[in-house]
Design a protein around this ligand. Structure first.
Ligand code: AVJ
Length: 318
């Protein structure tokens, strides 16, 4: 993050991109903030807690799929690839893949240098001898990879159904950017959450313990902390709704009563019932997933799912 902290821990300067997205997002109609801003330190802790919730099936389901599929992935991908992960890596999923494919190098890409350094250090310790080459970059654009991996074939790894955070147009742009970054002969292993019973979906994004609510509301607290906002957070509530037309779960923050507040000195007013749209989480039928990959320039070659068909992991080639 560009945010700088001075010695006593007081925040002196907010990330200008965060500031710009918040001011633009609160001023637009409908109001919306990109989901990437959930993940400050507190938000990342809350997301970790979400992945353990009984209602939040994606993480444990995908992890189990990876465990049972990784030997086959290794056979299909062959030896000596550089694994390039889009995102700074998960402490459970990444070791499953690295342990199976025995890569020549591991390149995690993340926009947040802090998370990248932490997870790279952990992985390097767990896989002695494996070159770990972190790249701090926004993976939405094509990225020049470290010269050490220039001549190696790549295996891209994009787990978690993070692709579902993007609207289809942006998702295909991202898939194409990944193909450009990974180069000739590349493969991509991607996790995509499936369409399923609406109540299973809404429960996963509105859990009984209120952890997802806290995760969503933390965005307002982050605005107050980092942008000197005066948002009355207790006057908002978390909402998760299934938008069937667009095949996605949407998260919103709804004002419980008329509120007025300032962010960086700018005044905002919201009426009772008005919302801020904070996240999209698209879900994919089996064929939808394959069409999206093809639209992004990838050919699906193998696919694994859990016995209940909740989640899919797909291997594709460029
Ligand atoms: C990390 C983006 C895949 O959409 O399921 C979890 C984030 N948001 N609960 C998802 C999230 C609310 C998660 N992704």
């Amino acid at each position: 993050m560009l945010k700088q902290e001075i010695e006593d821990g007081e925040v002196s300067l907010a990330d200008p991109a965060f500031r710009a997205d918040v001011l633009r997002g609160f001023g637009s109609s409908p109001r919306a903030i990109p989901a990437r801003w959930f993940y400050d330190r507190r938000g990342s802790e809350l997301f970790e807690a979400i992945t353990d919730l009984p209602e939040y099936y994606p993480t444990r389901t995908e992890t189990a799929i990876l465990r049972s599929a990784c030997a086959e992935v290794a056979t299909l991908a062959g030896e000596g690839r550089a694994v390039v992960e889009f995102g700074s890596g998960s402490s459970t999923k990444t070791p499953i893949l690295l342990g199976a494919v025995a890569p020549a190098a591991y390149v995690p890409i993340d926009i947040s240098g802090d998370f990248l350094r932490d997870s790279s250090a952990q992985l390097a310790a767990a896989f002695p001898g494996l070159p770990v080459l972190p790249v701090e970059a926004d993976f939405m654009r094509p990225i020049p990879l470290p010269t050490q991996v220039a001549d190696l074939p790549k295996l891209g790894f994009f787990p978690g159904s993070t692709i579902g955070n993007m609207i289809p147009h942006a998702a295909t742009d991202l898939l194409r950017a990944m193909k450009a970054s990974l180069g000739e002969g590349a493969m991509l292993l991607i996790g995509m959450d499936r369409i399923k019973d609406e109540h299973v979906l809404t429960a996963a994004y509105d859990d009984a313990q209120g952890v997802t609510a806290a995760f969503n509301l933390n965005l307002l607290e982050r605005i107050n902390r980092e942008l000197g906002g005066t948002i009355p957070v207790d006057k908002f509530r978390h909402r998760a709704v299934w938008n069937d037309d667009r095949a996605r779960i949407e998260m919103h923050l709804e004002a419980l009563e008329a509120v007025s507040f300032t962010i960086e000195g700018r005044g905002f007013e919201m009426a009772a019932g008005e919302t801020i749209h904070t996240e999209n989480s698209h879900k994919f039928g089996a064929r939808d997933a394959r069409i999206l990959l093809r639209a992004g320039g990838w050919t699906p070659i193998a696919e694994w799912t859990d016995p209940d068909g909740l989640f899919a992991v797909i291997l594709a080639e460029a």
